[in-house]
Design a protein around this ligand. Structure first.
Ligand SMILES: Nc1ccn([C@@H]2O[C@H](COP(=O)(O)OP(=O)(O)OP(=O)(O)O)[C@@H](O)[C@H]2O)c(=O)n1
Ligand SMILES: C[C@](O)(CO)[C@H](O)COP(=O)(O)O
Length: 229
């Protein structure tokens, strides 16, 4: 009998230093409601679909620390650990290299977005299977301006969205896109995909799915988590 290949992957990128958080340990390991941020994130993917193969990128010098946290918190969700790279792009690239199949989907998600809901993960997987990719975003709430050497000008926010993760892709197509040389404008995976002439499909996200970047984000995240419970 032919063996059934599980072709759903998630790359959780947590290879950063968290310099804007200015904490002693990288922000992905800080505790929220008594559990390291990264454990909340991995749990959301596990709750969305237990069959997803989870790949976790970590700074090389933090791998032993993460393993010690897994023991301390008795964290048993299965995942493969991969060394992160110099930038987010390089961490994603390292994760993609460990996926040996082309026929399937991969959801790429920031480790520091622990409030992602399992329902949005499921929708992102469903739409990427139908359309080749699905990029989670939310409508802009603030008024926005563009500025450069010439000055600054109003932009129509009705045409703008704030991009979140997960960003989910057909594995073959995103691997192809990540063969590109790194550009500083590659701040997410959709921009890499688009540069390889890929049409990006947007799906509705959730304002609670914040990226924990600076200290005040921890306060919002705690409050959102409390509300969810
Ligand atoms: N070399 C890098 C840099 C970032 N990331 C990950 O990408 C996500 C989003 O990046 P960001 O919030 O900018 O994290 P940091 O790079 O850690 O933060 P900072 O820029 O403040 O140092 C995080 O989960 C981070 O760990 C990564 O995997 N590898
Ligand atoms: C991928 C991302 O979270 C989408 O909003 C964001 O672009 C990451 O940016 P950062 O420069 O790593 O903070």
């Amino acid at each position: 009998m032919e063996e059934k290949v599980n072709n759903q992957y998630a790359i959780i990128v947590a290879g950063g230093a968290g310099s804007r958080m200015q904490s002693e340990i990288p922000k992905q390991f800080l505790e929220l409601k008594g559990l390291p941020i990264l454990m909340h994130t991995l749990t959301a993917f596990y709750n969305a679909d237990q069959s997803i193969n989870i790949i976790l990128t970590l700074p090389k010098d933090q791998i032993a620390y993460w393993k010690s946290l897994c023991t301390k918190f008795d964290f048993t969700i299965k995942h493969e650990i991969v060394e992160g790279g110099e930038t987010r792009f390089h961490s994603v690239s390292n994760g993609l290299k460990t996926i040996k199949i082309d026929d399937g989907i991969v959801a790429i998600h920031d480790g520091v977005r622990p409030l992602i809901s399992p329902n949005i993960i499921k929708e992102s997987i469903k739409q990427s299977k139908l359309l080749g990719n699905a990029i989670v975003c939310v409508p802009m709430k603030d008024s926005v301006r563009e500025r450069d050497e010439q000055g600054n000008r109003h932009l129509d926010r009705n045409k703008l969205v704030a991009v979140q993760t997960p960003q989910t892709f057909n594995i073959k197509l995103i691997k192809e896109a990540f063969k590109a040389d790194y550009q500083p404008t590659f701040t997410d995976d959709a921009s890499v995909f688009e540069a390889n002439s890929g049409q990006v499909n947007l799906i509705e996200g959730d304002y609670m799915n914040i990226k924990i970047t600076t200290p005040e984000d921890l306060i919002f995240a705690e409050a959102y988590m409390e509300k969810r419970r």
